[in-house]
Design a protein around this ligand. Sequence first.
Ligand code: HEM
Length: 254
Amino acid sequence: MPSSPSKFDDLATTSAFKPWTPPGPDDSRGPCPGLNTLANHGYLPHDGKNISFSQLYKALREVYNISIPWAFILASGTVLQMGEFFLSSPHLPLPNLHKLALHNKIEHDSSLVHANAPSKDAKWAPAHIDDELLKRLLDQAEAAAVDHGGLTPEDFGEIRALRDRAALSNGPLTTVQARLAWSESTFLMMVLGGVDEKIKPEYLKAFIGEERLPIEEGWVRPAKKIGLRIFNDVVVRIKKAQISWEKANPSEKA
Ligand code: HEM
């Protein structure tokens, strides 16, 4: 397995991050704020192209403190599913971040801050943030901050339920896609939520709105390793919260 664990464990307590540089016109970015942010800070190639397994693995560990097994699964899953073989570089790199916008591969409808693909059969989904969806999410975060200090996994249950209700005219998410959607909210919770498990609106605004680590806003790298078990616990909490919200608020269409 690449790199020794101790190097990354030491980094868990430091906040010395590489500077943020927004993408230029020839840089590739995709629908994932987590990976775009890594490229904007130079933990992945800043042009967002030819990303190797080991670059992805290291960046996930170093910046987000994702555990060895979970980072290994994420990075190997990505290059196996999306990587391309070139004779000049036979290590199956992800050719560019934009490739992640291939519709219904990893990408799916009913995203938090991205509009749906134009049709069920569209090849590509939008990779750019939808300003209206972003504003809605930030408003939800502001309201949660006033009410109880920030967005919690339970809030994400309601947010996902509302988003599904508004966005699923192309048909329901598959079981795998629903799990991906909960996982994306879980990544936000675990990376931005801190020990209190509450995401401050200003962190969300920097991370999703600018694809920047919210260091100036006071964010620190998650001190606790993001492992598979703890990650799955949060996925289940969001899922359960979504189901109970839907039960308590039956759709008028049903
Ligand atoms: C190798 C690891 C990863 C891959 C391949 C990946 C890929 C993707 C893709 C394809 C999407 C689009 C899904 C959609 O249609 O909404 C997405 C969304 C998202 N990703 Fe990642 N991601 C990874 C890791 C991360 C990490 C570590 C974070 C957070 C730190 C993150 C945060 C998010 C969020 C919040 C969304 C939802 C965006 C939205 O709903 O509009 N991802 N990711």
